[in-house]
Design a protein around this ligand. Sequence first.
Ligand SMILES: [Zn+2]
Ligand SMILES: [Zn+2]
Length: 239
Amino acid sequence: MGKGISITWSEGIARRESRILVQTVDQVIKWLYFRHPMAFYDPPMPVRVFGNWVIPALMDDQPYWGNQWYIEQSYDRELDRVIAPQYLELVRREPWQRATDHYDLVMIDEDLTEFPAPLARARPDLYCLGTSLPGTAAIVSVHQVRRIADRADRERALARLVRHHLGHVLAVPSFGRTHAVVRRGLEMHCSNRCVMRHAVTLEDLIALSEDEAELGWTFCEACTQDLHSVIAANAFVWS
Ligand SMILES: [Zn+2]
Ligand SMILES: [Zn+2]
């Protein structure tokens, strides 16, 4: 089996939000697959939906027993936020990654920070909508997105956030790309009119999702090519 995408979410995620997560990933993978030259003889990249998973046998005294374990381990009480670097590090080192190499995409309802705890405490005004370890895992939070009053606007912004982090987890834009890219820490961003443009604040996210609304397919030409390379690299594993 080739490298697939695992989708999980925390217990506070509403049904409507998890549906947006699953549908958005599904739409992107299907769009790419049906426009890929290898579509006729390779299966699409597998998407496995685990939701708010729990392994009851591990719950008493073992780590990695469920999605909430990762959140509890990386949650900072003082900040009332999940420390994303800690969360991503847990995913990187988890036994499930060693057992089956996969991409992890997770949605949480807790607020999120992309800084390590000491830095995050110094700047409590800086939240984060989502962050990633490109090629391995990405985490998105609905906490700030829920402030958007209008339902249609809120759902469009959330889908945009998911699409952006699906790009990150698949390491798009690719690290080798030299044109129309902006590097930000470990993450590559795109400078074209594209869903891989970075949104720091909720206001950025709303503005970008409005700007991209008319595009339909929101990955630019270069990012689409990068996505196809990832699909092709995984198709090679299957053959
Ligand atoms: Zn980003
Ligand atoms: Zn792009």
